[in-house]
Design a protein around this ligand. Structure first.
Ligand SMILES: CC(=O)N[C@@H](CC(=O)O)C(=O)NC[C@H](CC1(C(=O)N[C@@H](Cc2ccc(O)cc2)C(=O)O)CCCC1)C(=O)O
Ligand SMILES: [Zn+2]
Length: 606
């Protein structure tokens, strides 16, 4: 059977249009609920049996989507209201479910799930003989160890046990994914993913934003490199200016917050890392999520429902079950069941993650009465920004003091710079990483980067944009992209880069609505009902309107704009420029052995 039904006469009757939409909406809720339940069972108990149930269910819901597509194409879209036309377009956007060859679709889903299982069950045998999983052990080690060789062992082990085990699978995933989305008319999977932003200049827009923000990152990179050289010795750093990838306190060098003690500009001030205080106060996972829930309630927004507290999985099970520990927020599409799955540990980072995940749940709650096809973010970046916006208020010294996690608030200039540094290690450090992941994937989906070039191109981008390099020579069997969850899991990533820009636009708009007058980085909208109402009204739209309209409702303008982010960090940029002088930047090409690169630099610099 093909996807395209027999081209009958196109239906224009409004009653028939409405009954099709009503039927679809009730059937889709039942199908999506079942798929969520079966997936949840697998993600919270990884077994072959649960994987099979999930894969079977994915084929069932693909058939439902194909049928809905066939029926939808029988209607005349030109006579509809704008809203109905938008619904039909979304009903027909069925992604890889367009693959009517069931063998191919089953294989694609199996390969995807097998890669995610390899990632989620990988363990590294350390020199001590211990077998460590990523969550929480290797994450903790990367954050707390300052031993070059120990960090290298964890970093090499992780890439070997995760990415190293899935290179061929990935090549097949790319081929089968592209074949499926081409049936819908998309050029390739990257084009399909970008279509969700409904902006013809989207790729240029994000490149322009990244170029605008590079100077902030270059200054932060230079500062971190200088401090890390003091810790590990100059000889550990290539003359090309890159920072070895395993020294940034994070397995992917994507956020550097765990280096806050070494990177705090002015020592002797109260620490901003609240982890120790959370442990001292016997914080539990539940209390972390109650803290986040309390913030949404203070804004007059929707509290977490009872089913959330009953059915979420907020800690790694201790009963031997294998679970997908990578945090996630789930909409069960029945308007009542919303859950978070997080292997929570008692750290400042997981307090932040809890707010991020709860931001997804709040969005689900706000748009739960929309038709199913509108139960989505205005664009994927919006969904990623909600929780982070709240977290920008939570992380202010004022708010951390008000919830008893830091003893005093000192807002002298030096403390202010210390605070901005802690936020930059989380937000500025992330920008090139958030940008480059899908630069790599889009080039792979387009066929510009072929399997034998996967790893080389990955490191080209890591060296060029992130200014970090592999601490060891690359071999053709390596597949470092597979060491990052979203690649094996097939989860797009540019949404996070978009979020890290727009969340500062949202923060500024909500601070204005809360009648806050001071510098943006010290704004805390806690208890502001006007801010909560403004945010809720935007979230209620879901994806029922083009995202510039949602942006306009919240920020009174329709574009992505890096200015609020740059204004937020302006005082820090001045400090860093002073500190760094001319000692900033790196060679765009990855270092090879020191002599070769030195020769290159001699020519390059002359
Ligand atoms: C059913 C389902 O899958 N639902 C989706 C949500 C939806 O689509 O509705 C979902 O839950 N996705 C999981 C993903 C998890 C996290 C993530 O992967 N973060 C990025 C980047 C980043 C890092 C720091 C930060 O502060 C913000 C972002 C990373 O860790 O690299 C892990 C930690 C935070 C968020 C998420 O919540 O986005
Ligand atoms: Zn998210």
């Amino acid at each position: 059977s093909t996807l395209f039904g027999v081209k009958g006469q196109s239906i224009s009757d409004p009653t028939e249009i409405q009954s099709f939409l009503d039927n679809f909406n009730s059937q889709a809720q039942a199908v999506f609920y079942k798929q969520s339940e079966v997936s949840w069972t697998y993600y919270t108990n990884i077994t072959d049996y649960n994987q099979k149930l999930m894969l079977d269910e994915q084929l069932m819901s693909a058939k439902f989507s194909q049928e809905a597509y066939r029926n939808a194409t029988r209607f005349n879209l030109t006579v509809m209201t704008q809203e109905d036309r938008r619904l039909f377009i979304k009903i027909m956007d069925i992604g890889t479910a367009a693959q009517t060859n069931e063998t191919k679709l089953a294989y694609l889903n199996k390969v995807q799930s097998d890669m995610e299982t390899i990632y989620s069950t990988a363990k590294v045998t350390m020199p001590s003989g211990q077998r460590l999983p990523l969550d929480p052990d290797l994450t903790q080690l990367m954050a707390t160890s300052r031993n070059y060789d120990e960090l290298l062992a964890a970093w090499l082990g992780w890439r070997a046990e995760s990415g190293g085990k899935m290179k061929n699978l990935y090549a097949e995933y790319v081929e089968y994914n592209n074949e499926a989305v081409k049936i819908l008319g998309h050029a390739d999977t990257g084009a399909y993913w970008r279509s969700w932003y409904d902006t013809p200049t989207f790729e240029d827009d994000v490149r322009a934003l990244f170029d605008q923000l590079r100077p902030l990152y270059e200054q932060l990179h230079a500062y971190a490199r200088r401090k890390l050289k003091q810790i590990y010795g100059n000889d550990k750093f290539p003359s090309s200016g890159h920072i070895p990838a395993h020294l940034l306190g994070n397995m992917w060098a994507q956020q550097w917050s765990s280096l806050i003690d070494e990177l705090t500009p002015y020592k002797g001030k109260p620490t901003l890392d609240v982890t120790d205080e959370m442990v001292r106060q016997n914080y539990t996972a539940i209390r972390i999520f109650q803290t986040a829930d309390d913030f949404f309630k203070s804004l007059g927004m929707i509290p977490m429902p009872d089913t959330f507290w009953d059915k979420s999985l907020l800690e790694k099970p201790q009963d031997g079950r294998e679970v997908v520990c990578h945090a996630s927020a789930w909409d069960f599409y029945n308007g009542r069941d919303f859950r978070i799955k997080q292997c929570t540990v008692i750290t400042a980072e997981d307090l932040e993650t809890a707010h991020h995940e709860m931001g997804h749940i709040e969005y689900f709650l706000q748009y739960k009465d929309q038709p199913v096809s509108f139960r989505d973010g205005a664009n994927p970046g919006f969904h990623e920004a909600v929780g982070d916006v709240i977290s920008l208020s939570v992380q202010t010294p004022e708010h951390m003091h008000s919830i008893g996690l830091i003893p005093t608030v000192s807002n002298d200039t030096e403390s202010d710079i210390n605070f901005l540094m802690s936020m930059a290690l989380q937000k500025i450090a992330f920008l090139p990483f958030g940008y480059l992941i899908d630069q790599w994937r889009w080039s792979v989906f387009r066929g510009e980067t072929t399997p034998e070039k996967y790893n080389e191109e990955w490191w080209n981008l890591r060296c060029r944009y992130q200014g970090i390099s592999s601490p060891v020579p690359l071999t053709s069997s390596d597949f470092d992209p597979g060491a990052k969850y979203h690649i094996p899991a097939g989860v797009p990533y540019i949404r996070y880069f978009v979020s890290f820009v727009i969340q500062f636009q949202f923060h500024k708009a909500l601070c204005d609505e809360a009648n806050y007058r001071g510098p943006l980085h010290r704004c805390d909208i806690y208890n502001s009902k006007p801010a909560g109402t403004l945010l809720s009204n935007m979230l209620k739209l879901g994806s029922s309107k083009p995202w510039p309209e949602a942006m306009n409702l919240l920020t009174r303008q329709r574009k992505m704009d890096a200015q609020p982010l740059m204004d937020y960090f302006k005082p820090l940029l001045e400090y860093l420029r002073q500190e760094n002088g001319n000692d900033y930047g790196w060679h765009p090409i990855c270092p090879t052995d020191p002599t070769e690169i030195q020769e290159f630099l001699d020519n390059y610099s002359s």
